[in-house]
Design a protein around this ligand. Sequence first.
Ligand code: SAM
Length: 283
Amino acid sequence: MLNNVKKTKALLEKHQLRPRKNLGQNFLIDENILNKIVLAARPDPETGVVEIGPGIGALTEALLQNFRKVLAFEIDKKLVGVLKEELAKYSNLKILSQDFLKADLKKELSFFSDCKRVITVSNLPYYITTQIIIRLLEEDNEIEEFYFMVQKEVGERMVAKEGGKDYGSLSILINYRCEGEILFPVSRNSFFPKPNVDSVVIKLKKRKLDLGIKNERNFLKFVRNIFSQRRKTLVNNLLANYMLTREEILGVLKRLALPESIRSEALSLEKIAEVYMNIFEST
Ligand code: SAM
């Protein structure tokens, strides 16, 4: 198992590699954390796992031993070479040398046609955590649960409730699509090289929440738009992003008993859905 700092350094040296900061390469070196993640994801021979950013494969190997198969997306070609060599004995691994954000996810997920459940388990590259999560949640796919290692601050934003400083479009997207919970904290000392921040492992479980929205794509865009300028009120964010008059917007707010001065961060998911439907989907 590639799970302590000595082994990680030796492996990098063997392949003449240095961790690339610009690709968010902080490798997990703490075996205890690795086991906790795998156990949280509930090992199961019928489950397929998507891993984004396998790195040098410490988590990947544990996943291969505990689940049916693993589909791993790695952008760094040199690391793909390392993985192919070090994990050669596993026939249940498919490595894609690709930028996950550009991958044809629908097509690649057919790899799991013989699995009963598909989940994602990943220590995400910090510089694109949000984009990856948006990609996974905005489009429909068969992935049921997500276990992500993310920066502590991002984890807090992901599960934030309305009214707080952490609450924003990411919290709403997640709350709309999933039940989310922070499982446990992870110290910065559990990585090589050591990052400047601590992390958390977060679990997201997909759910079907019917708020009556007809066009989900437009709704999710609306959510992003009303948080585009946090200092502005909801009214001003709407004026900046849509061809609406102040009177039209104020009419809707009045109908929903919301004050003109309200800011988006004060609104629950359900209220945001009401505002959206009253403006764009009322007949
Ligand atoms: N899973 C490994 C571990 O836990 O030790 C490595 C995690 S490291 C935080 C993030 C990994 O994501 C790196 O291997 C990096 O090369 C990879 N990565 C960065 N951007 C990516 C992208 N757009 N698509 C796929 N992989 C990416």
